[in-house]
Each structure stands twice: as structure tokens, then as C-alpha cells.
Design a protein around this ligand. Structure first.
Ligand code: UDP
Ligand code: MG
Length: 311
């Protein structure tokens, strides 16, 4: 048991009771064909639908099934991180519980690793599993982050990937709270490769990423890797100040060289409203960064474990 397994598979689970047995049944033959020893680590992210008892059931049949169960929902990225903290395999694969990440891709990931890659990322193709809305919003997001952030993210990166144990050891040292793993994994470097796959439809249940969660995820990604939005305040502020200076010159001209000084109510109103709006937007952006500083400074543990199985 204490021997280092060849392969660890990490699966974050938030109310996925309907998928777990099917996932295990499809995963097991693939893993067994690929690795002499393995562990499957489920991270129960505060599920309330019996996912934990389904995992316990699997753990009873198979001692290679292990689990960490959080005291509440901490979020997908944190669940993945807890799995990385616990994994001890020479190669570590992370994948979703809903079977959108086909287990049959694992041999390809392992082959690239055996050929020397230390990170094997996956890119989601146009498969039937992804809706129109998600494709459009993801497209905009990756375009934006690649333009303003200091990391290079391939469009449609998925949280389905293989990491070498060296990369896992590195990621364990990164303890920041708002963790945009896709970016962090590009940031750590090492020899990275890509594999394309076609996502399937969710096997059971519903997506856990609502629109508001996707927006929060996107803001986390951008603020973790870019301070460009802060600089934007300087740029836009300078432009407005320049236009303001021109307007002041014009106003002084009207005041001293003409006799129509009262006109211009509309332009004053527009200027006040516009500048007020711009100021509020940048106050909000400042708040986003300040809030993140606040979260990090508190340095609370990333997650709280209620129960462990198999460790
Ligand atoms: N997940 C999680 N915690 C959360 C939200 C999601 O552990 O707070 C898990 C979820 O159970 C699934 C994976 O993260 O295994 C991806 O979630 P989902 O399939 O809902 O996202 P989508 O594929 O729709 O982007
Ligand atoms: Mg999914």
C-alpha cells in the first residue's frame, strides 16, 4: 500500500452520484492496461446527493480507490488541488466525474508521458458535449486572457491532463487561494504537450458551472495572471484627462471671448455621467484585486477535510 503507484487518477466530485459507478467501470480496464499499480482518488467537494456513499461502496470493492471528503463545497479548482496534494503516483491524471472526459484517451496521455512529456494537456474539440453558449463565451475568454495575461493558454484547454510527479511536487508548493489551474500549469513550465479530444455529453446530472460561476472563474483567471485591467485605468484616465483639458480651453474661450456662457448644459451632464461611470468601473476593478489580496493575506487553509478513505 505504501509503495508508490505508477498512476494516480484524481476525480473531483460534486453531486455526481449518477455517474460514479459507470465512470469506475469504464476507467478501470483502461487504467489496468496502462499501469501495473494505480490509485483512484475521488475528492468529494461537499456533495449532498449520496456521492460519498457511492465512493465508499467502490472503495470497499477496490483498495486502490481512495477518497477525501470536504466539510463543504470548496469549488472545482480546490478539489483538484486537494487531489494533487494526496496523489503519490509517478504520473497523475485529473479528469471530471461526469464522463465528459473519455477515459479511453488515457493511453494517448500515457504514451506522450512515456515519450518524455512532463505535462500532457488536452484541448476540447467541437464535440457534441459542448453547447453553443459555452463555445462562444470560452472563445472570447481565451482571446482576452491571451492578449493581456503573462501566460499562454491554448483555447479550449480542459482540466483533463496528465502531470509528471515532478510537476505535481511543484504545484503542491503553490498555495494561492484563487487558483486558476490551467494558467498555473502553463506557468510552471516543464515539457508540455497537447492532445485533442472530443468531449462527450454529461453522463448524468447537470453542469455545476452556472453562468455566474463561469464569470467568477473568468475573473479569477484574468486577475491571477494579469494586472492589465489596473493599467487600463491609467490609460483611460489619461485619455479622459487630455480630452478634459481640451474642453477646459474651449470653456475658457467661451467664457472670455463670447457672450453665450450659459449654454453647454448637455455637455456638462454627459461629462459628469461618463466620468462617474468610468470611475465606478475602475473602483470595481480595484476592489477585485484588493479582495484577492485580502483573501490571500488571511492565509486560511485551502480546504477542510471531513473524512478520508484509504490514506
Ligand atoms: N466540481 C467540483 N466542485 C464544484 C463544481 C464542480 O468538484 O464546485 C466537479 C464536478 O463534479 C465535475 C467537474 O468538477 O467532476 C467539472 O464540473 P462540471 O462537469 O459541472 O463542469 P462543466 O463540464 O459543465 O464545465
Ligand atoms: Mg462536465
Amino acid at each position: 500500500m505504501s509503495e508508490k503507484p505508477e498512476l494516480s487518477v484524481i476525480i473531483p466530485v460534486f453531486n455526481e452520484a449518477g455517474s460514479l459507478a459507470e465512470l469506475y467501470n469504464r476507467l478501470l480496464p483502461v487504467i489496468k492496461a496502462q499501469a501495473a499499480s494505480y490509485e483512484i482518488i475521488f475528492v468529494d467537494d461537499g456533495s449532498s446527493d449520496g456521492s460519498l456513499s457511492a465512493i465508499e461502496e467502490l472503495a470497499k470493492q477496490d483498495h486502490a480507490v481512495k477518497a477525501v471528503s470536504f466539510s463543504r463545497n470548496f469549488g472545482h479548482m480546490i478539489a483538484l488541488s486537494a487531489g494533487l496534494d494526496k496523489a503519490s503516483g509517478r504520473a497523475v491524471i485529473t479528469m471530471d466525474a461526469d464522463l465528459q472526459h473519455p477515459p479511453e484517451l488515457i493511453p494517448e496521455l500515457m504514451a506522450k508521458w512515456k515519450a518524455g512529456a512532463q505535462v500532457v494537456n488536452t484541448r476540447r474539440g467541437k464535440g457534441k458535449g459542448v453547447g453553443f453558449f459555452k463555445r462562444i463565451t470560452a472563445g472570447i475568454f481565451y482571446w482576452l486572457i491571451n492578449r493581456i495575461a503573462k501566460v499562454n493558454l491554448p483555447a479550449n484547454a480542459a482540466d483533463y491532463r496528465l502531470l509528471d510527479e515532478k510537476v505535481v511536487a511543484t504545484l503542491k508548493q503553490v498555495r494561492e487561494r484563487s487558483r486558476f489551474l490551467r494558467g498555473l500549469i502553463r506557468w510552471v513550465g516543464f515539457k508540455q504537450e497537447f492532445v485533442d479530444y472530443q468531449p462527450d455529453k454529461r453522463f448524468a446530472g447537470r453542469t455545476k458551472y452556472s453562468v455566474s460561476r463561469m464569470i467568477a472563474f473568468a475573473i479569477d483567471g484574468i486577475t491571477s495572471f494579469s494586472t492589465f485591467p489596473l493599467r487600463l485605468a491609467t490609460y483611460i484616465g489619461s485619455c479622459i484627462a487630455f480630452l478634459g483639458a481640451l474642453y477646459i480651453i474651449y470653456a475658457l474661450y467661451v467664457r472670455f471671448f463670447t457672450d453665450q456662457a450659459i449654454e453647454g448644459w448637455a455637455s456638462v451632464l454627459i461629462a459628469v455621467l461618463f466620468i462617474g461611470g468610468v470611475q465606478l468601473v475602475f473602483l470595481g476593478i480595484l476592489g477585485e484585486y484588493l479582495g484577492r489580496v485580502f483573501e490571500e493575506v488571511k492565509a486560511r487553509p485551502l480546504y477542510i477535510i471531513n473524512k478520508q478513505i484509504g490514506f
